[in-house]
Design a protein around this ligand. Structure first.
Ligand code: NAD
Length: 373
């Protein structure tokens, strides 16, 4: 199976810890006046994810529409606008971005930029009076995450993080079955997430832009899934990093980092993150059986087995959207229309970021790090 980043996997996330369940506000549950309403999104950053994945997804949405683009490349923006029916008056660049405040067609700004730009654009969007959907990882540091949450709160706007797997049917089904006790008492969680990174010039390998290596980008899915699928918050982490620093790709950021998560119930999470091998797997082992997903957090083609092995494949019921991305885009729109908090609000990104910081510290200091409740 071809597991390269472009074709299937990329970051996936899992469902929000403490907020497990189906996203609030499926369109059918919206008040009649709001049911057919579509809120306008401005997509910021027309790169691999923004243009390649998100922009085409508005065709699958019930409560979201693409109304504006923000890009540093005017010719590209004009072409994308023509392809997707975005009016030229709604094209912005990074310098005139703040003038979105004067555009009532834009309700939500979706930030698909390198991590180092997430905090700045979230805060500028909130100050322009817009709600924000920001890609994962939320920011370079927990301090930045806190400032993004504060800016949105101060502006009275909602902030959601792009943990798309919280809207993905296979992940939702795995959580539902774990919660229903189908594998008995959970004993351990295991996940490996990685892909082979081949572009040595990419921003993801520059620490100032990415904040870190594989853990920030892809290992975050193992971490978020561990919290979501156990339904618990870890009380301590222990991590070990193994990176060949003579490899030109890994001069600034880590390749392989393994981390153990201790949960209050005694469940152990064992996770591996890497930029030098393709792997996308989640396993939950209980005293009565196992739940396994492989690939677990891919763009498509995720598979799930529940029972004693891989004998019985489970085909999940449809998720909350036509696709995981439509589910995600519509969820924020529906939360705004109903004044509800998104199931993966900024606080969820902040929780992951605090644990990521502890994982890096544990690897650096080679010791177990207790986490604050
Ligand atoms: P990318 O490099 O393909 O695109 C980044 C975009 O930002 C480009 O359009 C680029 O022109 C623009 N940009 C603006 N200023 C820039 C600068 N100074 N340096 C570099 N680029 C600049 O990256 P991507 O893969 O689209 O990732 C964007 C965000 O989306 C990241 O936060 C990433 O983690 C996230 N992402 C999420 C998923 C997911 O499944 N949820 C998948 C891929 C990427």
């Amino acid at each position: 199976m071809d597991w390269n980043r472009r074709n299937i996997m990329l970051s996936g996330g899992a469902l929000a810890a403490g907020a497990i369940g189906l996203p609030a506000g499926a369109a059918g549950a919206l008040p009649a006046a709001a049911a057919g309403r579509k809120l306008g999104y401005a997509v910021v950053g027309l790169g691999g994810y923004g243009l390649g994945i998100i922009v085409p997804q508005f065709a699958n949405c019930r409560n979201s529409k693409l109304v504006a683009l923000v890009s540093g490349d005017a010719a590209k923006a004009r072409k994308v606008a023509a392809d997707y029916g975005v009016p030229e008056r709604n094209l912005y660049d990074y310098r005139n971005f703040d003038s979105i405040r004067d555009n009532p067609e834009i309700d939500i700004v979706y930030i698909c930029l390198p991590v180092s730009m997430h905090a700045e654009y979230t805060i500028r969007a909130a100050r322009a009076g817009k709600h924000v959907l920001c890609e994962k990882p939320m920011a370079l540091s927990s301090a930045e995450c806190a400032s993004m949450i504060a800016a949105c709160r101060q502006a009275g706007r909602k902030l959601m993080i792009g943990y798309r797997c919280h809207f993905e049917p296979t992940n939702l089904e795995a959580v539902r079955r774990a919660r229903a006790g189908e594998i008995g008492k959970l004993r351990y969680f295991r996940s490996e997430h990685g892909f082979t990174f081949n572009n040595p010039n990419a921003w993801r390998l520059k620490k100032a832009m990415s904040g870190g290596g594989s853990l920030m980008d892809i290992g975050i899915y193992a971490l978020n899934a561990a919290r979501t699928m156990t339904g618990e918050e870890p009380v301590a982490v222990y991590a070990q990093e193994t990176t060949d620093r003579s490899d030109p790709r890994f001069r600034e950021v880590e390749d392989l980092i393994g981390f153990q998560l201790e949960f209050p119930s005694g469940v152990v999470g064992s996770c591996m993150s890497m930029y030098s091998a393709n792997q996308n797997h989640i396993l939950l082992v209980g005293d009565k059986g196992r739940i396994e997903m492989e690939p677990a957090t891919a763009y498509r083609g995720n598979r799930l087995w529940v029972g004693s092995g891989r004998g019985e494949e489970v085909v999940p019921a449809p998720g909350p959207g036509a696709t995981q991305w439509a589910g995600q885009l519509d969820h924020l729109a529906q939360c705004i229309l109903q004044d509800k908090e998104p199931i993966v609000a900024g606080e969820e990104g902040l929780r992951d970021m605090r644990i990521i910081e502890a994982i890096y510290r544990s690897a650096r200091e080679q010791k177990r790090i207790a986490l604050q409740a």
